[in-house]
Design a binder for this molecule. Structure first.
Ligand code: FES
Length: 108
């Protein structure tokens, strides 16, 4: 298996509805995952990119979140409408999108 150029981890972690931390599942993580899959498929990029679900990335209040490696860029408050832009500008164009990143202090 070739090493992917970029690896996208989409948080789909689920907690009970009454959990005060909330979760990315309740904030659309599954829809974000499906949108990445659809848009990667449409661009025929499966040979270059790898997409996986992940459990909690630790920034639940920023959900839905996704983490892109090798850069280690975490995106937050994602909407499905953000996904095509992330693919085009970051995953293909190598330009992470500052306005979609979680606040810098998430990584302390
Ligand atoms: S549940 Fe997604 S970051 Fe915690």
């Amino acid at each position: 298996m070739p090493r992917p150029e970029k690896h996208v981890l989409v948080c789909t972690h689920q907690r009970p509805a009454d959990n005060p931390k909330g979760c990315c599942s309740a904030r659309g993580g599954g829809d974000i995952l499906n949108e990445f899959a659809k848009e990667i498929d449409a661009r025929n990029l499966w040979g270059r990119l790898k997409l996986n679900t992940t459990s909690c990335l630790g920034a639940c209040e920023q959900g839905a979140t996704a983490l892109v490696y090798p850069e280690g860029v975490m995106y937050g408050n994602l909407k499905t409408s953000d996904v095509a832009r992330i693919i085009d500008e970051h995953l293909i164009g190598d330009q992470p999108i500052d306005e979609l990143k979680v606040p810098a202090d998430v990584w302390s």
